[in-house]
Design a protein around this ligand. Sequence first.
Ligand code: ARG
Length: 463
Amino acid sequence: MADDKKSWEHRLKGGPADVTVDFVESLSVDKRLYKYDIAGSIAHARMLSEVGLIKEQEFTQIKEGLLAIGDKMEQGQFVFDKRTEDIHMAIEAALVEQIGEAGKKLHTGRSRNDQIATDIRLWIRDQIELLQRLLRQLQQAFVELADKSSQIVMPAYTHLQRAQPISAGAYLLSFVEQFERDYKRLGNCADLMNVSPLGSGALAGSTLKLERKSTAEQLGFADITANSIDAVSDRDFAAEFIFDCSLIAAHLSRLAEDWIIYSTNEFAFVKIADQYCTSSSMMPQKRNPDLLELIRGKTGSVYGALVGMLTILKAQPSGYNRDLQEDKFHIFTASDTVEKSLVVAREIIKHTEFDADRISSGLDAGFLDATALAEYLVGRGVAFRQAHGIVGQLVDYCEQQSKRLAELDVGDFHKFSPDIGSDVYEWLGAKAVVNRYTTEGSAGIEQTAIQIEKWKKRLADKT
Ligand code: ARG
């Protein structure tokens, strides 16, 4: 047999048309999986030698050949040829070329279908570790800034209207919580996909006596997949991973949106260091938050990847279908995008300061203390719904008089409620209010200090 042919070229005559080669190849996308493919192949070959399907010496030859190919790829010296279709065939072809006969035994009891299912799991596993590390670093940066800013009282918004005063530290810690859930979500994803599909073959398994637990163990999987048909077609973990990336992107985009607003002249709550801003080619005065806008914009690519992945999965017939090859584009897009955004977000947080004077100079506007005044009345035995009405009227009165609540005298207050005493002033003004929040997890000064300590300790334990 003329063995310069791909093995299936004995079945299909004349070789593939150029358009076929171009259209089916995934090498341009999946070549970055080479390390994982090689690790999977070494594990598979070792198992084949353990069960006597290849000789020990053949295993050694295969292993050394694969490692040499890996080195070549690492050094950028490997010539990728799209006619080999994908990373699996590229490596196998190079191995046969390098070591001859023994190389032709590597694919015993294996299909590219279980091979790719294994490679992606291994790649995502490493990537999850990396993203988790970046999330921790981002949380660290937030906690440091929260620590520096915990005494700054700022307005919090609902509906982007002034709502209640909070510690800037509490605002920052709200992101630490979001990224903590992202961290855990990724961990859950890693746990759920921690099973080896190797040995599932094309979809039905094999008549050969493969020892699946051996490859699983060598590759660090906790177990083996239970059903070969499911194993080769399951990409739930990929959809889940991309969803986890999507929520990270969502959280980053909320931060970006806040800080784009906070860095306007109108707000000027935060100042991002020059190195993390851009300017305009035309307007010389500009200091633009382009990095944040790009973080916000890149969320679109990540969500696009999620929809792409879910759509690939929809209504696929059972077993492996080539549609699945498109999964990698979406997995890589989502992961690469979020990885870069996390790095940039971390650097921006580290190089931003809150402008305490500016924030404080505008604190009196917007009746941030109105809710606390209603709660003061509750303390005086007034039903909350009634107190809410009284304070509403007081705010209306203040607006007519162009006054703050704290500028009214007791006589003014009495026009609206006999229950307001001269101690009311201890409840008025944004700073007084922030010192009065007592509920656990509140955005007040005291609770923020507790949360900061908790996070410092947790992050120190973990990193
Ligand atoms: N490159 C394919 C993928 O990424 C694996 C090959 C499976 N191809 C096949 N014809 N069975 O999914």
